[in-house]
Design a protein around this ligand. Sequence first.
Ligand code: ADE
Length: 259
Amino acid sequence: MFPVTPSAALAAATPVAILSALSQEQRGLVELLRSPRKVSHAGRDFWLGELHGQAVVLALSRIGKVAAAITAAALIERFGVRRIVFTGVAGGLADGVNVGDIVVATDFLQHDLDASPLFPRYEVPLYGKTRLASDVDLSALLFNASCAALAQQSLAAHGFAGACVHQGLIASGDRFVCGADESRKLRDLLAGAGHAVLAVEMEGAAVAQVCLDYGVPFAAVRTISDRADDSAHRDFPRFTDEVASPYARAIVERLLNLL
Ligand code: ADE
């Protein structure tokens, strides 16, 4: 029998996937990767390696629900990941969810899904559900990691005084929401249907659906880059260029130490 060294055991371990929405976020993590190896598959680059003692696969979701679902399915089918953690940015919808805050998802819905009158509006056809839940244990770790990251000096230096971590419902749809009227309407429509949404983005619900189908635990964290209002198109690029990467890095490093 051959002795099993820690690195051999690590190589044999099924990896954790870190799925990033933005190349800026992924770049910071690839730089930290030990024994990095790039594998191209389904028109995407996947980075395999070790981060804080964990076998990981780093991938970019790409933008929108279909692209993100393809990436998630590839992570599971091709790379056998045992958990998926998503980091990205989102537009704040609820009052008090401000730029620089962090939202850890408890569950997701698709705000642009409407198969009525065959199924109730927002319900995922044939699932009998509107909201798809994140994994409770993984999300609790992600929440702790996010709180610890926000307390870090280097993030505080970005100047979001009073930034805080929220937990709640996130809405996904194939649309960048960038108008005060539009975001208010979206929030009120969802609230009227019993869904108090904290933030809006373009991928999470799709990844949640893939993970549900495959029985893979999923958790997601979104940093608020804009308020989905009339200045969202300016706030978003400024945030993603300057701030998203250190946020993602601080959160992911802390999470991996907790796993
Ligand atoms: N991701 C970040 N900001 C967003 C917005 N305003 N709408 C949709 N997705 C987003």
